[in-house]
Design a protein. Sequence first.
Lengths: 275, 413
Amino acid sequence: MSGDSSAMRVMLDARFEGFATALRLQIRVISALMVRDALARFGHENLGFFWLFGEPLLLTVGVMAMWSLGGHGGGRQIAVVPFALSAYMMLTLWRHIVGKSVHVLRRNVGLLFHRDIKYTDVLIALAALECLGGLSAFFVAYVPLWLFDVIDVIHDPLLLIGAWMLMTWFAFAVGLVLAGLTEIHEAVERFVAPILYITLPVTGAFYMVHWLPAKLQKIVLWSPPVHVFEMFRAGMFGPDYPTEWNAGFVVLCCLVTTAAGLPLVQVARKHVRME
Amino acid sequence: MSQDLESGATGTAGQSTQPRQVARPRERRVELRPIPPEEAPEAAAGWTEERPSKWRHLPLVLLLLLPVSLSVVYHGLIAADVYVSEAKFIVRATARSDAGSMNMLMQGPNFARSTEDTYVVSEYMMSRDIAALLAAHHDLREVMGRPEADFLSRYPRPFGADTAEQFFEAFEKLVSIETADDTGISVLKVRAYRPEDAEKIAHAILGNAESFVNQMNTRANRDALSFTEQMEIEAKRRMVEAERAITEFRNRYKVVNPEKETTETLAGLAKLQTEISRLEAALAQQRAMAPDSPGLSSLQEQINSLKAEYAKGQRGVAGGVGSMASKLQDYDMLVLERDLAARSVAAAVGELEKTRQEANAQRIYLQTIVEPNLPDHPRLPHRLLDILLVAAFSGMVYKIVRTLLDGVLDHGR
């Protein structure tokens, strides 16, 4: 009897330890996958890893130069450069995560060869890499611009980073849904690029909600990325520029989308064939 | 089957068999042979069958069953019926529009009919001021704390106190106002635990809002009027001042109307001149006719005195400090000042009249389109809908947590 109970206790400890070990293992796996993905995308030659944040940096700085010279005038009061910065960094994050989730399961099926790597790890690693890369790109662009007095100091860094994380979560959730759907049905892949393009106005990247007429404001505020962009800009510019956002709504949308996406990926696993 | 396997391994090396069909994973039959304890003693010692962890169902219970059962209990059994009384109103301004009809045509369809006055009134209806008024005159606190209400939504809250802030928060939950952008019509909804309470509070809110609107009107009128009244008083004062200056001038220089007097003096001088000319003519004639006449010198004397008289008169009119001309200048200034003052008084009085008329015409008023109704059926709470929402939400969260946890545990095996 005593032998049994001590065995039970050992087993219980083993359970908790088991969970902690498993978690540690998963984190190691995810970090390894992140490094692998970065190397796979950029390689060792040339600037290699730098392109992780070099790419959004190039895009944003290019657009900033173009808009400044072309006199785009970021609209009412905001100067062109900060507005371009706030728009393009997050937009890159959104588009990369969602874009790369098409057929992601079948592209990475070879990784499943390793017993410790699961699909969830791969997806999380991809999203985390984009998140960190984009965030570094933002700061690499921001610091010199701030030092040269082109941009004011960030008003609320916590809000800024919170918005960034929410965007990552939402893009990840949508990516999950797309990853599942594109494996289950062949035709879905064709719709993704056009839909991303058409919904570009609805992401709220190129305008602030207060610039729109009242009726349009109400419509556009149904789209979660708009709230996230407003949060990001509220963090960057401060209360001088009125913003309207509701973090709870974004969290709710993320929860719904994630809850839909995770089972979709589970189901889609069976549809992936090992080539 | 195990016998088959063994015989197959040893016996059929050389035989030609049909191509071995590899069964697909689902169809492969796998058989487990338990290892007898003698062959693996260390495994048999403390080995028990792997059972699912007894913590396995904890997330399910915590995240799904618990919220749903709590929700069922609350929404099904405890929650009190809430009656909603609805009223519709619009805030109108009777402003004269100076834009001609051409302007209106070119403006195109105007979507924003709701002016800022509507929002001002809506803001007031949801403000602490009106809450305090309702509490004082219409027993709002009792309405919010009726015994019919369940213990969670009654005011004051189970762990809350009766503070002004909490009272206001509870009030905000009771009342809602929505304004349609294109029509400008606002809908007022009041919730209460008794139907007559809801209707009474809705009426009270509308009544208070009307007196608030009237207050706004009189204040606006007063401001506009006081300005023009001020202007009129100022103009009148200036007029009085001008008159006083003229009177003082007249008293000082002992002349009532310098202009007229100057004219008269000049006329007199002209007459003098005529007389002088006549006398000179007569003198010349006399001289021509009778150079030695004794009347010549008297004529000459007359002419001389008249000339002296004329010169004096002339000096009195113009030239020199005490002359009429310099006084005339001052007098002209004073008369000018009085004329201007008179004109500004006329303008101010006209302005005052116009402002009075405008003020009386341009008011905003609250028009109740639909009176608050007496509800007979509780519209709230949406019991089934709330339970389903709670179930859906906690289901989602549970699903996510379950998948993530399973994913983590997958790595442990």
